[in-house]
Design a protein around this ligand. Structure first.
Ligand SMILES: *[C@@H]1O[C@H](CO)[C@@H](O)[C@H](O)[C@H]1NC(C)=O
Ligand SMILES: *[C@@H]1O[C@H](CO)[C@@H](O)[C@H](O)[C@H]1NC(C)=O
Ligand SMILES: *[C@@H]1O[C@H](CO)[C@@H](O)[C@H](O)[C@H]1NC(C)=O
Ligand SMILES: *[C@@H]1O[C@H](CO)[C@@H](O)[C@H](O)[C@H]1NC(C)=O
Length: 370
């Protein structure tokens, strides 16, 4: 079921991207799905982390229920076999949970959570490599009607659903954009389903392996490659390669873009078309704002005929490359007035707002004498 959702989604993305390698990948994934019972019947070996009694202050209340009513405490990481349902429990009568966001995105019916007086239970039927990620539970404490998470009693286990056919945690996004910013670490999120896999980072053109060292480029199987201090030189198309035994596997591709817009209110300009306006003309007033690539820009307008004249606004954005390999998001709001009347002449004010502040620009439209 879950795999089919993935296929459909990938198929949709393929349609959009018209990407030849996407088709190939889709085919490969499909083949895997069709051959879930592997010849030779090789089984994924289960290894449960051993938690030393009394070793950790405030022992984890997060446990996994095994067959025959046995329990094991989950440590910071755990490895489980895909396909087999898992049941996690957390002791307490008021418990909150978190799990990989992927499970919510697809409103997955494989996941269920039940609460009882003594514990809370999370069940995930037929888990797959894509469900690899952090599973966490915590005690909810209430003071009157205000409830909050007890940070002292929050437990998390990163669960690997190790699947030799999917060394990388499958991603619904085939081609991901990663923004690089000065003085901020960037992550190339090629996570693996087996913590023992040997993973390397590669640039596509020119083909080059990026060597990890313990300072500037590091690999964390639960995150991916972390670039501590990214620079313009790190731009380009990258992919990861993973290997346990046998043939290496390739991750999805990542486009790394360098962004150097200072964080602040947007740069905004306002333009009127046509340049000179007469009564009866149709006009466009265009408000253009520059900001950071992944940041939303909100526009609002104040104009003379407000609430009295029908106007249309149309908002759009696109990414553009500026000099020196930087990328900026150009957002536009176009206000259209048809058949200019006396009431429509005057001050047009555009307010553009992003997460860092607001910029207001204004232009006065005066009628041109005939
Ligand atoms: C998720 O699934 C449940 C039960 O099938 C349904 O009631 C709910 O509306 C769904 N939510 C979304 C956002 O699709
Ligand atoms: C780590 O790698 C970077 C880039 O490959 C290099 O500039 C840096 O000197 C290396 N640091 C160490 C400690 O080797
Ligand atoms: C206003 O914008 C619309 C849509 O882009 C365009 O079709 C129209 O020609 C423009 N009108 C003027 C006067 O610039
Ligand atoms: C922009 O508007 C949306 C919806 O009205 C809102 O959720 C969002 O927080 C706003 N963003 C900013 C930066 O004001």
């Amino acid at each position: 079921m879950n795999l089919w959702i993935m296929f459909s989604l990938l198929a949709l993305l393929c349609l959009e991207l018209q990407h030849a390698s996407c088709q190939q990948q889709l085919k490969r994934r499909k083949d895997i799905g069709d051959n879930r019972i592997r010849p030779g019947g090789k089984r994924v070996k289960l290894r449960y982390p051993k938690v030393k009694e009394g070793a950790v202050k405030g022992q984890s209340l997060l446990t996994q229920v095994l067959d025959k009513g046995r329990f094991i405490r989950l440590g910071p990481t755990a490895t489980m076999a895909p396909g087999k349902p898992i049941e996690l429990r957390c002791k307490g009568n008021s418990i909150g949970w978190s799990y990989p966001p992927y499970l919510d995105t697809f409103n997955d019916s494989r996941l269920s959570i039940k609460h009882t007086d003594k514990y809370s239970q999370l069940i995930l039927t037929s888990p797959s490599a894509a469900d690899t990620g952090p599973y966490s539970c915590w005690v909810i404490v209430c003071d009157g009607s205000e409830c909050d998470r007890d940070h002292e009693r929050t437990y998390v286990s990163y669960i690997y659903f190790s699947d030799n056919d999917n060394l990388f945690v499958p991603s619904a996004i085939h081609f991901e954009i990663i923004y690089l910013r000065p003085n901020q670490p960037a992550v190339v999120p090629c996570r693996v389903t087996n913590a023992q896999a040997k993973v390397s980072l590669h640039r596509e053109v020119p083909p080059e392996e990026i060597t990890t060292n313990n300072t500037l480029v590091t690999y964390d199987p639960t995150k991916g490659f972390v670039l501590q201090n990214p620079s313009k030189e790190h731009q380009g198309v990258f992919y990861c390669k993973a290997e346990t035994r046998g043939t290496p596997q390739i991750s999805t591709k990542y486009q790394l873009l360098y962004v150097e817009v200072p964080s602040g209110p947007p740069y905004v300009s306002l333009e009127v078309s046509p340049e000179s306006v007469r009564g009866g003309d149709n006009i466009n007033v265009t408000c253009t704002a520059l900001g950071e690539p992944e940041e939303d820009m909100n526009f609002s307008w104040i104009y003379p005929g407000q609430d009295q004249r029908p106007v249309q606004t149309h908002t759009s954005w696109r990414l553009v490359k500026r000099g020196a390999g930087q990328t900026t998001r150009v957002s536009k709001s176009v206000l259209t007035v048809e058949d200019m009347e006396t009431i429509d002449f005057g001050n047009y004010i555009c307010r553009a707002k992003n997460g860092h502040g607001e910029t207001i620009v204004t232009t006065d439209i005066v009628p041109k004498n005939p």
